[in-house]
Write a protein that binds this ligand. Sequence first.
Ligand SMILES: Nc1ncnc2c1ncn2[C@@H]1O[C@H](COP(=O)(O)OP(=O)(O)O)[C@@H](O)[C@H]1O
Ligand SMILES: [Mg+2]
Length: 274
Amino acid sequence: MGILVKDLELNYRSRGRRNKLHDFQALKDVGLEVHDGEFLSLVGPSGCGKSTFLFLLAGLIRKTNGCVEIDGEPIDGPGLDRGILMQQYALFPWRTVQKNVEFCLEIKGVRREERSVIAARFIDLVGLRAFSHAYPNALSGGMKQRIAIARALAYDPKILLMDEPFAAVDEQTREFLHEEVLRIWKATKKTIVFVTHSIDEAVYLSDRIAVMSGSPGQVKEVIDVDLPRPRLKGITKSTPEFAAIRLKVWNILQEAGGSSGLKLEELIEDSAGL
Ligand SMILES: Nc1ncnc2c1ncn2[C@@H]1O[C@H](COP(=O)(O)OP(=O)(O)O)[C@@H](O)[C@H]1O
Ligand SMILES: [Mg+2]
């Protein structure tokens, strides 16, 4: 059981000149399986259809053709079995941290006392108890993203869909959030589909990486990340095994189009900083 995607095609329809309708094929022949409890990353150049793919899994947009199933059931709309986390934290500024985390529980119809207990538990899990009664504008970007994680987890979705969730935070915060996500993943046993354009991030976090190419978006290859867990900050990334997997992903991206937007110099720069 898990997520099954086969022969998926997604066309965006828009109006061009003289009001003429035309279709843009964003995804074509996409195939992918995500196993229960797995941490799978989607890596690919900007514009290759990563967000589109995630929105389809979230049920926010509809496929044009093909099969997208969760546990054997076709996806037809959003559901509380999936939580989605985006780059922009999308917290409600007029609600406190506690009330933000309670939001989906309200929708789910959970009673007030129970809501409050559950929200407090997840705020604890992301280490922000002291800020329960603060409003989002009092928090740093990294803290807001932790609250967004708590909110996405509080209603207990089976699957967590994350769209470049750490792209907007600084390097140090990002590293901290990597550890947080791995810790939370271990504690909650969620299935995670994690979108990123950072090869390093994908290798460090994932069980497997689906490498995408663009125009139209396709999954080129899925590779195993057989690095032992727990992964250790500062150690895992400096192992030859890590470097080998990173190079493998990079090579697939190059073969897939050459215009991956990820340059070897950047890759080397990245590793120099480790
Ligand atoms: N609503 C839309 N209408 C038309 N084209 C879109 C729409 N959303 C995205 N696209 C196009 O689909 C392609 C994939 O976009 P997206 O999924 O956002 O890529 P990524 O997340 O990998 O950067 C891009 O070429 C983008 O311009
Ligand atoms: Mg995107």
